[in-house]
Design a binder for this molecule. Structure first.
Ligand SMILES: NC(=O)C1=CN([C@@H]2O[C@H](COP(=O)(O)OP(=O)(O)OC[C@H]3O[C@@H](n4cnc5c(N)ncnc54)[C@H](O)[C@@H]3O)[C@@H](O)[C@H]2O)C=CC1
Ligand SMILES: O=C(O)[C@@H]1CCC=N1
Length: 266
């Protein structure tokens, strides 16, 4: 099965590198990328063939679309004439619905919508996938196998996609923001930057491992850290006073709403 990736920016390269690491044959992969310099870079780094979008669409069994949502209409119009029934389009674009894609490609082309995230770069990705209206099990299995090369995959109904985008798609950015804030706090408290960074990163990794390995609810894990009258309780009180919980809710609502707007082309 040959796979083309159209749009090889951050997420396109993440997918490409994951497929290569997972052992997909490079001669079964191809890339369509608008920026010539970027295309050359990927050719050199992975030995992958860079072709026109139309050639990618004509040759590949599966076409992964990894351009920005605002570029999807143009790319679909460009490749529609090359697509044929039985092919699979896997779209990784935020906001863009399977119905939008289906309305621009020939009848019988299957569409799967995916929301990945950047930890896929280290094989710890979280991808959600939702079928369009002409998908059968083999299409979903192929999309699943594409994304499973870089982490976990969850099947969801498409109506959950905007919320998923707000939580796991954008999620790594929130976590990095928290990490960055904690490192700055450590520096403010007088720690050398390298020490603060090591402390925060290992605390993050350790906490994530506890969540995954114990399956214990985060509230219980937080209570275990919070000694009566101790340091953690003082810190958490400040987070509540500064409405951090409410800010997270508002932030993720904003991301969900932005995903909906992208569907409308803005
Ligand atoms: N970066 C992230 O964490 C995530 C991104 N996504 C989705 O992935 C898609 C790409 O996002 P990024 O990689 O962050 O953006 P990016 O800007 O890094 O990559 C987009 C790439 O598409 C190329 N491109 C634009 N028009 C093209 C055309 N007509 N033909 C061929 N290539 C073209 C650009 O030159 C660029 O290399 C977006 O739709 C985004 O919603 C989804 C989940 C997470
Ligand atoms: O910020 C964005 O629009 C993309 C989608 C999810 C993560 N990055």
């Amino acid at each position: 099965m040959s796979t083309a990736i159209i749009g090889a920016g951050v997420m396109g390269e993440t997918l490409l590198s994951g497929l290569v690491r997972a052992g997909r044959r490079v001669d079964q992969l191809m890339v369509g990328e608008k920026r010539a310099e970027r295309a050359r870079e990927l050719e050199e780094r992975y030995g992958v063939a860079v072709v026109s979008n139309r050639e990618a669409a004509a040759k590949a069994d599966t076409v992964a679309l990894v351009v920005k949502p605002q570029d999807m209409g143009d790319v679909l119009d460009e490749i529609a004439g090359e697509l044929r029934p039985g092919q699979l389009i896997v779209s990784l674009a935020a906001g863009i619905t399977t119905a939008f894609i289906e309305s621009r490609v020939p009848e019988g082309v299957a569409v799967v919508r995916v929301m990945p995230n950047t930890p896929a770069l280290v094989d710890e990705g979280m991808a959600a996938i939702a079928p369009g209206s002409h998908c059968d099990e083999s299409h979903l299995t192929e999309a699943e196998s594409l994304m499973a090369s870089t982490g976990k995959v969850l099947r969801i109904p498409e109506k959950q996609m905007d919320a998923v985008t707000a939580i796991s798609g954008s999620g790594p950015a929130y976590i990095f923001f928290v990490v960055e804030s904690m490192i700055e706090a450590g520096v403010h408290l007088g720690l050398p930057r390298a020490t603060a960074t090591e402390l925060v990163v290992q605390t993050l990794v350790g906490s994530a491992a506890m969540l995954r390995e114990t399956g214990t609810h985060p509230v219980v894990l937080r209570e275990q850290v919070t000694s009566p009258g101790g340091t953690t309780a003082s810190a958490l009180r400040e987070l509540e006073i500064h409405k951090v919980r409410a800010a997270f809710l508002a932030a993720m609502e904003a991301a969900r709403n932005r995903s909906r707007e992208l569907a409308e082309g803005s």
